[in-house]
Write a new protein. Structure first.
Lengths: 317, 259
């Protein structure tokens, strides 16, 4: 057990971070919003802790709180403006936001230098990004001290979303997803709940980005591009978008799969893509769909009946 | 207090709605007294649904104003109009199909639930008691419609007529002072129709006012205290069922002019 943990600790870290990211997009999808801003908010979280870590002596925990606070502060105005858009238009607008974040990260130093007396100051470090100092992790209760915060964060995110899912908020968000006009005639302030879902998702993504920074150690703009946003979407698509278990399953499968498929080398991404494609075609409601869970039982039943009929056949001979 | 009861619950004044060059509603005015059942009839395309949509805040009105209990409500967003006490159903049923019947009705009760996100996350008593109250209110409503046994069924697994009744229960869960019904009897069989009729008349005992669009003339004539007839976006008649039935304009609108 311990050997498995220590051999695969980096995969486990990434699974936990990706679960948090999957949950961050799930909450907007569950409200019927196709928002792809998560990679951007993840970048905001990661850069916040990376800059605080490299430029100041403020402890990491404060950087983490700052990351979430900044995520919420930016998500509010963006949400108020962008959530007036629907469907694909919201997706495009939020993608644009992700690009803006990436370009700011790339060129941030030029802006910093405008206001700084030191004209060679390096904060964002352009395309090379910020490299955090390596610290040998200490093992606490069998897990490195870098993994514990991610694990706890992931569990807190699951608790929050599962509790909301089972409360009146889950019901309200589901009603908005299914028919926002009907929801509004029941007195539901659709715009407010959409903003709530968007800000909550953005905050979770920013926190995940912040906790991921010490793991990846190199925080560069390339980590938070469009394809990262699509990866996050894929967790929810494969896992299912209507129950919080969905993104957990999706993120776990899609993060550990490339590791398991490592022997395929260059063809890895093709197989990865194939799995997503097949799941969209054959599992439209995702892995969290209760019907999927009856498949093994049906298979066993089928095998059992085949075996017994084969036995009967052999008896007959 | 006499002044209170004399004031009509719903007042529609000079309502006009243009869709480009098309006048869907033109200068429609009427009022509905408190506690009355008001039938809204007219041939297809007369503007009945448009009128109900404007009252409930779906879509802007081009001219005119709507007052509920003397207060201006036109121009408010739909969720605020609902909070003022207007519940409605839709001609093309708009239930939340993936949710259970009970969840649909509880959603109608959502305005009465207090407690914040924090209460919910910490499982504080306020959120739990609110949830329990809503559940009981919703079950009681379903009970009045003899649908308690369907509470846990997914809404889109129900028959057409049952879906209509759930939609009425959901609108009633708002505890509205005005209920707007858009063809509640469409797709119902005759037994369903009779029980729906009885149910709606039983609501009259309370303080509920109902504005009902219906093509079933029998139902309208039997239930309504007041009937308003629209044709091509204009009000062509208004009065008691007996008066409207014999009104030449109405007969002309429905049957055409005698040659």
């Amino acid at each position: 057990m311990f050997e498995f943990l220590s051999n695969n600790i980096s995969t486990i870290n990434f699974v936990l971070i990706n679960i948090s990211l999957g949950l961050s997009i799930y909450i907007t999808l569950a409200t019927g919003l196709l928002s792809l801003a998560n990679a951007g908010f993840m970048a905001i979280g990661a850069y916040t802790v990376a800059i605080i870590q490299t430029q100041t002596h403020i402890p990491f925990s404060f950087g983490f709180v700052m990351a979430i606070a900044l995520g919420v502060t930016l998500a509010l105005p963006i949400g108020i403006v962008a959530l007036g858009l629907r469907d694909i238009y919201l997706a495009i607008a939020t993608l644009g936001f992700g690009e803006i974040v990436r370009i700011i990260a790339l060129n941030g130093d030029k802006v910093v230098r405008l206001f700084s007396t030191n004209k060679d100051v390096i904060v964002f470090n352009g395309a090379e990004g910020i490299t955090l100092a390596y610290k040998t992790p200490t093992i606490i209760f069998g897990l490195p001290d870098t993994t514990w915060p991610i694990l706890i964060y992931c569990l807190v995110a699951i608790y929050i979303l599962a509790t909301l899912h089972n409360s009146r908020y889950g019901r309200i968000l589901a009603s908005i997803r299914q028919d926002e006009t009907a929801a509004s005639t029941l007195g539901i302030n659709v715009a407010r709940y959409k903003l709530f879902a968007f800000v909550l998702g953005s905050a979770i993504a920013a926190g995940a980005g912040a906790l991921g920074a010490p793991i990846v150690r190199v925080v560069d703009p390339h980590n938070y591009v469009f394809s990262r946003g699509v990866d996050i979407l894929a967790y929810a698509v494969l896992g299912g978008m209507t129950h919080w278990v969905g993104p957990i399953l999706g993120a776990t499968v899609l993060t550990s799969l490339p590791e398991a498929l490592r022997f395929l080398k260059d063809q890895r991404d093709i197989v990865n893509g194939l799995i997503i494609m097949l799941s969209i075609i054959y599992l439209p409601a995702g892995l969290a769909d209760p019907r999927v869970w009856t498949i093994p039982r049906k298979l066993f039943a089928l095998l059992g009946s085949m075996r017994s009929s084969a036995r009967n056949d052999s008896k007959g001979l | 207090m006499t002044h209170e009861s004399a004031r009509p619950l719903l007042e529609v004044k000079n309502l006009t709605r243009l869709f480009g060059g098309l006048k869907a509603l033109e200068d429609v005015s009427f009022s509905v007294p408190r506690g009355a059942i008001c039938g809204l009839i007219g041939p297809n395309g007369a503007g009945k649904t448009t009128l109900i949509n404007l009252i409930s805040g779906l879509g802007p009105l081009s001219e005119g104003a709507v007052f509920l209990d003397g207060q201006l409500i036109s121009g408010l967003p739909p969720h605020k109009i609902a909070a003022r006490g207007i519940g409605r159903t839709f001609q093309n049923i708009r239930l939340f199909g993936d949710l259970s019947v009970l969840e649909n009705v509880i959603l109608g009760h959502h305005l009465r639930q207090c407690g914040t996100v924090i209460d919910t996350l910490l499982h504080l008593p306020r959120s739990r008691s609110g949830e329990r109250d809503s559940r009981q209110a919703a079950l009681a409503l379903l009970g009045r419609l003899d649908m308690e046994h369907l509470a846990d069924v997914r809404a889109n697994a129900l028959s057409y007529g049952d879906q209509r009744r759930v939609e009425i229960a959901r609108a009633l869960a708002l505890e509205p002072s005005l209920l707007l019904l858009d063809e509640p009897a469409a797709g119902m069989n005759s037994t369903g129709l009779v029980s729906l009729c009885e149910f709606l008349l039983s609501l009259k005992d309370g303080s509920l006012t109902i504005l009902i669009i219906e093509h079933d003339m029998d139902l309208i004539m039997r239930m309504s205290d007041l009937v308003i007839v629209l044709n091509f976006g204009m009000k062509i008649a208004e009065g008691t069922p007996d008066f409207v039935r014999n009104e030449p304009h109405v007969i002309e609108a429905y049957l055409g002019k005698e040659q």
